[in-house]
Design a protein around this ligand. Structure first.
Ligand SMILES: Nc1ncnc2c1ncn2[C@@H]1O[C@H](COP(=O)(O)OP(=O)(O)O)[C@@H](O)[C@H]1O
Ligand SMILES: [Mg+2]
Length: 246
């Protein structure tokens, strides 16, 4: 008998006549992966612990719950339209922000988008929450030009304090913004200044501790001269370089 083709993990659909997205569980991670996570937890500071959900329907249920918490705090996220045994259906929140930025030519307009993404994260933190993976590819911009956050599968506060989780959010957003910065050091510092001047909570201690914890990795990137091999390495390099100065 032929095995049926695997359904895509995330798929655009129509629900009740409206554009929507259906998200299905990722395969549960292999035990080798789980063991690697456990080993890493002994040698890395808590804030650098892997926060990846273990996959499966539990991760989808956790994401639906977190989406509802964000929605109740008036944060812009997709609505949970349905939660079944095997998937969640979410309202459509527009175009992926990274894709939008890749299609924009004007450097100033692009940077204004990054500022808005940082202000969006400030709003999440002001509500006493953390995101978990605030990458530009996990944000969307809708027809009304509102920025939304997606992909809340990972809850970092399950592994670390809220302040460490928020510091980690800032670091991840800075690294994700780097590819769109003409002068990464200056531009990321500017984004960080927005965070500090607009966010009520004080996570500067957590951010500078994160910079110190990551410094050895940044130095390895320097010594090996691999800073520019990929956008991810460049993002990791500059985001840490900026946090080191705190
Ligand atoms: N509600 C939504 N509205 C608009 N786009 C979405 C929505 N949900 C998912 N997407 C698109 O699908 C992609 C993958 O969804 P995501 O929730 O990030 O899953 P994954 O865990 O696979 O990264 C997103 O980057 C986005 O482009
Ligand atoms: Mg995603």
């Amino acid at each position: 008998m032929e095995t049926p083709p695997l359904l895509p993990r995330v798929e655009q659909t129509i629900f009740d006549g409206q554009p929507a997205w259906i998200k299905r569980p990722e395969e549960t991670r292999s035990s080798r992966f789980v063991i690697l996570h456990k080993i890493l937890q002994h040698i890395m500071p808590k804030v650098l612990h892997p926060t990846g959900a273990l996959g499966g329907m539990d991760a989808i249920r956790q994401e639906a719950k977190r989406l509802e918490i964000f929605d109740a705090a008036s944060l812009p996220v997709p609505k949970v339209l349905a939660l079944t045994e095997g998937s969640v259906v979410l309202s459509d929140t527009g175009k992926q922000l990274r894709g939008v930025l890749l299609g924009m030519a004007d450097a100033q307009l692009k940077f204004a988008m990054l500022e808005r993404a940082m202000r969006g994260l400030v709003a999440v933190h002001a509500a006493g929450l953390s995101h978990g993976r605030p990458f530009l590819r996990d944000m969307t911009v809708d027809a009304d030009d509102t920025l939304h956050f997606l992909d809340l599968e990972e809850d970092p506060t399950a592994r670390m304090t809220l302040e460490d989780a928020q510091a980690r959010d800032v670091w991840l957003l800075l690294s994700s913004c780097t590819e769109f910065c003409e002068e990464p050091f200056k531009d990321l510092n500017h984004l960080l200044d927005i965070y500090f001047s607009e966010c009520q909570g004080d996570i500067s201690v957590n951010l500078s501790a994160l910079g110190r914890a990551l410094r050895p990795y940044r130095r390895i990137i320097s010594v090996l001269r691999v800073k520019d091999v990929s956008k991810d390495v460049t993002g990791a390099y500059w985001s840490v370089r900026v946090l080191e100065d705190l």
